[in-house]
Design a protein around this ligand. Structure first.
Ligand code: SF4
Ligand code: SF4
Length: 360
């Protein structure tokens, strides 16, 4: 196996990408809801759909400070900050930023200032073009997309975290053009329809049109898209080397939560460090995106990054499989600025060329 890997790494670009992520070292991650509050009520938000806001944040920060200290002591070096809306809690956000590799997901309504947050990876949520986003996130009243465009214009920290649904594939190219012209890169996510609204939002339709549109944007903007075609395929289809995405293979489950006791014994790889913390900074739940939701509806991109990451061995079977693994992994490290961002983004066109765009 070592010999096979060595052969693959003779390619200068693969060798460079692999050296960069190995030099960065092991990621020991958690996710945390920074607050139970939000200034929006998006249609089909997993956080409120599952009632996770019942775990409430205390105003006094002493619990939060103790939580951070205990995570440092436990060896955590990476935090995915979710919620609730993290921009409502800049003081806590700053404490996370100052101590860990991290990223934050925000709805973009309130700008996270540059001062004190100079290099923070900020994923700005977006669910469609102006009219779709207005209905799905803005309740028909708030044009969240326009506000977020203004808040993050030409801001190199920000990338759009663009959640696409099966019936909205025709919007993708126009939306991405707007994002790129605003001076930001794009990472895709896939709408889960956790509320079972169906129709054009129904993930059961499959994402073939969405994948084709994503591949076209990779061809149009190879230096701006932070997702490989391979990764898009894995998230959209939920298939990886004969396994089907679900709780029994999901790698980002809280390792010591009772709901995962059987999972961690079933022989599939899992993250032995990960915990998903509620907004009380004390209790944990089964996983970042759910308490007891049906995993079939789970299309979360960060969880799928982990699934691929922890299945490296299977990707050693061929040069192309290893290339797909490595380029996808590298983009995780790049988005989260665990490797040098400025030199890494220059490699994006070459990464997409190596990963290949499949329009099948
Ligand atoms: S902004 Fe995020 S947390 Fe708030 S309602 Fe929308 S999806 Fe949910
Ligand atoms: S909802 Fe998603 S992240 Fe949570 S256990 Fe199921 S598959 Fe994993």
């Amino acid at each position: 196996m070592r010999q096979t890997l060595g052969t693959y790494l003779e390619d200068p670009l693969l060798g460079r990408l692999y050296a960069d992520i190995r030099a960065a070292g092991r990621v020991r991650s958690i996710s945390v809801d920074l607050t139970h509050q939000c200034n929006l009520r998006c249609t089909g938000c997993y956080y409120f759909s599952e009632g996770m806001d019942r775990f409430q944040t205390q105003r006094d920060d002493s619990v939060f400070d103790r939580f951070l200290e205990s995570e440092i002591a436990r060896g955590t070096n990476f935090v995915t900050v979710v919620g609730g809306e993290p921009s409502l809690e800049l003081g806590r956000l700053k404490k996370v930023y100052d101590r860990f590799w991290m990223n934050v997901a925000t709805n973009g309504l309130r700008r996270i200032p540059r001062e004190g947050f100079e290099r923070m990876p900020i994923g700005v949520s977006l669910w469609g073009n102006h009219s779709t986003d207005l209905v799905m996130r803005g309740g028909g009243r708030t044009d969240v997309f326009t506000r977020a465009l203004k808040n993050y214009r030409d801001d190199p920290r920000a990338f759009w975290y663009y959640t696409v649904s099966p019936g909205k594939a025709h919007e993708i190219e126009g939306v991405v053009r707007t994002c790129v012209e605003n001076g930001n890169r794009v990472l895709y996510n896939y709408y889960s329809d956790i509320d079972g609204l169906g129709g054009e939002l129904d993930y059961r339709q499959g994402f073939s049109d969405v994948r084709r549109a994503i591949d076209r944007t990779i061809e149009q903007y190879p230096d701006q898209i932070l997702m490989t075609s391979y990764f898009s395929e894995i998230v959209a289809t939920g298939h990886l080397f004969g396994q089907k995405w679900g709780h029994d293979v999901c790698t980002n489950t809280t390792f010591d939560h009772p709901a995962n006791a059987v999972r961690v014994q079933n022989g599939n790889p899992f993250n032995p460090h990960f915990r998903a913390y509620n907004a009380d900074f004390t209790t944990t739940r089964r996983c970042c995106t759910g308490i007891d939701r049906d995993c079939e509806s789970c299309l979360d991109v960060w969880e799928h990054f982990s699934w691929i990451m922890l299945n490296m061995r299977k990707h050693l079977a061929s040069r192309q499989a290893f290339t797909d693994w490595l380029t996808t992994m590298y983009l995780f490290y790049l988005i989260n600025r665990i490797v040098d961002f400025e030199s890494g983004v220059k490699l994006l066109p070459e990464i997409h060329r190596l990963s290949g765009v499949s329009t099948s």
